[in-house]
Ligand binder design. Structure first.
Ligand SMILES: Cc1ncc(COP(=O)(O)O)c(C=O)c1O
Length: 288
């Protein structure tokens, strides 16, 4: 993480950034976060991330820290302060501190901070080789009102990720309570079966990924795309599988448990989508 951060209205060094021990983000995971990719010093699709955070904040009755413009300005000031070129941002919002009771009827002042990171944890080698993924042993709960929100309650995902990594896999895939495929621990899932590219629908309990939405649009130029419940057996019939999130963009999956996906090499459509995605990034980032 870079040395400076934005906290409740100003830029401070990480050592000087403090929040209350009473902050509900710490006490209850009562908050939200966003992870945003930065290309050439500019945040990618920032307005979408702010939009998702504000929709969730309003669903949870958490006060947003300011207008879209104010958040934009906070982000720009942090990116220049830390001289970020290619990297990422994390925006964290909590209900704040000092309220009594599990459900505090009085509104408090929320806590908002942004950190930046000038490294991307995914090397080009990883994209060439593709990911090996595990199936996680416990289901995500698509009936939970939390399912659609990127909350600070991340323990299910962390637990699943630990399980996958302990078993030697780079990512884990969750099923949901209905035994359909849901998503990865930090990513949305796509698979190509026959001539159709499938991804689980939001009702499957997946995060409404911003990359997922973009891929649904981009991929429609190349292939028929469907949001549909996917039984896990389709992972064996799929000719391509890939994962998406803001930082990794599009990561090929070459193996699920012990079963190679098709020939066990990153797929052709996956490669074409990665190039289209890069073109889209260029057009977005160059244009503003
Ligand atoms: C559980 C989960 N699903 C999906 C995603 C992908 O979301 P996005 O494309 O908005 O980064 C993430 C992002 O980290 C995630 O944590």
């Amino acid at each position: 993480v870079d040395n400076l951060c934005y906290l409740n209205g100003g830029i401070v060094s990480l050592e000087d950034a403090h929040i209350s021990l009473q902050d509900r983000g710490i006490l209850y995971g009562d908050g939200l976060f966003e992870t945003i990719r930065v290309y050439d010093g500019k945040p990618f699709l920032l307005e979408k991330h702010i939009g998702r955070m504000s929709a969730s904040a309003s669903a949870l009755d958490i006060e947003m820290p300011g207008s879209v413009e104010e958040i934009n300005n906070a982000v720009s000031s942090l990116l220049s302060a830390n001289r970020v070129k290619d990297g990422s941002l994390r925006m964290t919002l909590t209900r704040g501190a000092g309220m009594q009771g599990l459900w505090p009827w009085q509104k408090g002042k929320s806590t908002f901070f942004i950190t930046s990171n000038s490294n991307i944890p995914y090397s080009s080698e990883l994209y060439r080789e593709g990911f090996k993924v595990a199936l996680i042993s416990f289901p995500l709960n698509e009936y939970s009102p939390q399912a659609a929100h990127k909350t600070l309650n991340f323990l299910d995902y962390l637990w699943g990720r630990r399980e996958a990594e302990k078993r030697g896999f780079q990512e884990g895939i969750f099923l949901n309570q209905k035994r359909y495929l849901a998503e990865g621990t930090v990513s949305n899932l796509f698979l190509l079966k026959g001539e159709v590219l499938y991804t689980p629908p939001l009702e499957a309990g997946v995060l409404p990924g911003i990359t997922r939405e973009l891929i649904l649009n981009i991929a429609a130029e190349l292939v028929e795309v469907k949001e549909e419940n996917i039984p896990p057996s389709w992972l064996r019939e799929a000719t391509e599988v890939f994962l998406t999130n803001s930082l990794m963009e599009i990561m090929p999956v070459v193996k699920v448990e012990t079963q190679p996906v098709n020939t066990g090499e990153p797929g052709l459509l996956t490669g074409r989508l990665r190039r289209l995605y890069r073109d889209y990034v260029q057009s977005e980032q160059g244009g503003s």
